[in-house]
Design a protein around this ligand. Sequence first.
Ligand code: ADP
Length: 420
Amino acid sequence: MNPLSDEALRLKSIFESSVDGIIIINMRGIIESANPSACAQFQYTEEELVGNNIHILMPSPHREQHDGYLKSYQKTGEKKIIGIGREVEGQRKDGSRFPFNLSVSEVVMNDKTIYTGFIHDISDLKNAQEKLIELTKNLETKVKKRTVDLAEAINAIEATNRDLKKEIKLRKKAEEDAQNALLKELELGELKSRFVSMASHEFRTPLTGILSSISLISKYDMPEQEEKKQKHVKRIKSAVQNLTSILNDFLSLDKLHAGKINCQPEWFNIVQFMHTMIEESEILKKAGQQIDLLLENFSSNEEFYTDKHILKNILLNLISNAIKYSEEYDPIKLILKKDAELIRIEVIDQGIGIPLEDQKRMFERFFRAKNASNIQGTGLGLSIVFEYINLLQGRISFESVEKIGSTFTLEIPHYKLKMK
Ligand code: ADP
């Protein structure tokens, strides 16, 4: 055997120690040599490989077609792998497969051509790639799931938010209601205590008057003293009337507050009704005071449809004020008018009038103008009138000039007015 040259020894050692597999085949695909790494990769011994067709290292369908590939290349020279390299799959002796990068070079010698294949196992790379792909997939699924979870969480938070908002609204409403109830309670309490202090003062004057009149009457036992007696009887009557009206005011106020007064309209002759009002006010009148009723655009047999009792309360209040705030012999006029939609009742006096600066507070409870302090009163009447006229869906207004007189005007819608 010829000893190998240095060059040949060097090549042999490269061939044998190469980490990549190296397999040399001839033109027919028969393995001429395979290095240890190639043998290990395919799980064959060198003896098993050498002399066998290279296609035993390939999975189907290449195993069956490889001879054809070789022939076709040798015929056409069209390169599919040679000099190019590609990623292919190999089949081990036990049938398992593994991926590798294959680069093939063609060596043309004097008498023959051989092909050298370099096999670089990329299983680890592939595994790593597959793992990466799987990890990426897992990550994507997780992200998707988290996104769904997040969306659900956001929805849940939004729903909770909505519920909270609703609850806050309900709570606010409840708080407002409680506050309103408390305010009403306080207002009522304040009203009652103001009434008690006002009543104790307002009751004392007529009661003292009644007492002194009674003691005087008992002394007038001579027939010529009859006139004086009657004067005191009248005084007593008027004082009692005064007390009754204070009590009535308070009862009205209480009823109005409790919402106990309903509007119960009925048909009645309004002109006759006005005359009754004048008669009922008779007892309150001062000496020489005359109350006249004037009809404008109104016939005496006209019927009006409203709550008679509420209207009576309103008018008696306004007429008694006109009497109270006028001097003896001052005339008082009631005017009854109507137009297309409403009837208008004016109560006109020539009394002390209302100072301009007090006018805007006239309908406040317990408010009394500063020029009225010497005249008995509670400051309740007009505030009650105001609430009553609202019940009739009407309106009250007034015009007044101090020391000249006042005109209070009621406007009440007449849904129905008919002739009898
Ligand atoms: P009162 O007459 O008991 O004081 P009202 O509520 O009826 O209570 O009236 C409130 C105030 O309005 C009176 O105190 C008075 O100052 C003023 N007022 C009402 N009517 C007249 C009127 N016809 N003339 C002058 N002032 C009036």
